[in-house]
Unconditional design. Sequence first.
Length: 190
Amino acid sequence: MASPGERLPDDALLAGLGAGDAELAVAFVRRFQRIVFGVAVAVTGDPNTAEDVAQQAFESAWRHAAVYDTRRGSVRAWLTTITHNLAIDVVRARASLPMDPDDLPVVLAAMTDSPERLTVARDSAAGLRKALGQLPAPQARAVAMAGIYGMTARQVADLEAIPLGTAKTRIRDGMQKLRAAYLPEDVGDE
């Protein structure tokens, strides 16, 4: 026998979740548990981590139910966006391993001297290495930290002891220079 909450629209279930109605909260979780867990697994690649992300997503939905706006999209889209963002944060935190700044020149040298370390085709790797080698050292470091190690601009700023805006500018400018040197001229922004 179906509970009365299972027949309610998504936004009514979310409102019940936010209001602390136990029956509606259970119905909300049951309705969305597969999609939330699926998004978390797709992003993290690990079922155990995905369970934690799913739990955090439902907790976030409960805490922020009052700010949900039906004009901005469906409850499903809102909840999957929350889940996706949380999962990305977990993946970034896992990928961002601390690095001694003194080791960065060695990593950059290995990256620009060893095409085997790159995952792109050999001819593309040569062009990328050449373009990266032509960047000013601060930009090359910022691009390497962001692009290879998956660090955020905040992490780059902290590691380099520079303002956040400077880190963002170095990453952006370095990536623009790489794109200009690396991509064919007929590839434009669309």
